[in-house]
Design a protein around this ligand. Sequence first.
Ligand SMILES: C[S@@+](CC[C@H](N)C(=O)[O-])C[C@H]1O[C@@H](n2cnc3c(N)ncnc32)[C@H](O)[C@@H]1O
Ligand code: SF4
Length: 382
Amino acid sequence: MLGIYIHIPFCERKCNYCAFSSFVNIEKEQDRYISSLLQEIEDFTFDNYEFNNELAKLGKTKTQTYDVDTIYIGGGTPSLLNLDILAKILNKIKEKFNVIQNSEITIECNPNSLTLEKALGYKSLGINRVSLGIQSLDDEELKFIGRLHNSSQALEAIDIVKETGIKNISCDLIIGLQNQTPEKFKQQLETLIKKDIKHISTYMLQIEDGTPLAKFVSHNADYLPSEDENVLIYKENASFLENNGFKRYEVSNFAKIGYESRHNFKYWTGENYIGFGLGAHSYIDGIRYANASNFEDYYNRKLALKEILSKEELIEEHLMLGLRCACGVDIKYLEKLGKDIENNENFKYLLKKNIIFKMGNKFFLEPNYYEVNNYVIVKLMA
Ligand SMILES: C[S@@+](CC[C@H](N)C(=O)[O-])C[C@H]1O[C@@H](n2cnc3c(N)ncnc32)[C@H](O)[C@@H]1O
Ligand code: SF4
């Protein structure tokens, strides 16, 4: 079944660490953008997409299904949208695709732009998962990264979503901010656990080129915790979450059983997904596409990327995705692509050292080694 991603590229203020495709002060652009987005959804047809013949070896045929079971509205800041616009987008998807019952429908929200009225509206539109950009529960840290909310607004946003009856709430936190220690980070997690949050994503702060944060760090090298300190925060808190009933099902993602993101699983298991909107990525039948990330090119339907994955790239991608999450790597799939992994010396070594483990026709990375998944992939590609 398909997953659909919708990109909303508007923000109230640009956070100083963010390099995502999102823009401020472009209210004038919104009407044109939304009508182009609706048109893009309406015009979608598999006839415009090719089939990567490497997939034929895996017994796959060209996708024709319009059945959808996950929708993810991300950004940018989708919670800036009025409900009627959101309704138009979701209705357009439902006109075009067959959105099955019990689909997972997620919206990303920034705590400062979420109101009870909006959250109730989300529920009435069938949205059943809210991902909150909490980032930190320390006011100084939030200020430092240029967020518009403080910690009490973050906690209020959680209460607002809970009031609607939506139980599937995810909170994003960033590891690597200035005040952090394993103990302080644990206190933040404890607060979220007490609020009965079902899903927590902990992202390592990436210093993205060209951002104000990158400039700051180049002059203040010791202001933020070191890489080793961050790894310690990550490891201690991964154990803390695991001891509190969360399963680490991907490097950065922790969930109570049954609350793993079904949409994200599509990215990691090579299922087809279609991205609509500025800079949105799609993966259809072994070919990766990215929409243009400037408005004019997007309106003219110019692609920024079209990449037909070679046999080696399909193997590498399957290893890369399968090893960073609990979905694992399918040995038979690799075999069909011509990779006899079980006779690979490095595979045998990693198995012997309990860095990977085998179950049926799949093998998995031991979660304690998630952060060295790149090393394991390089070894297995050799
Ligand atoms: C692109 S944002 C969109 C969600 C929403 N606008 C927000 O910021 O709360 C999705 C998530 O990516 C993470 N993120 C963005 N830039 C990052 C960076 N440079 N390093 C680590 N995480 C980042 C943040 O945790 C954020 O919640
Ligand atoms: S609110 Fe989210 S998308 Fe917007 S600038 Fe900040 S991190 Fe980026």
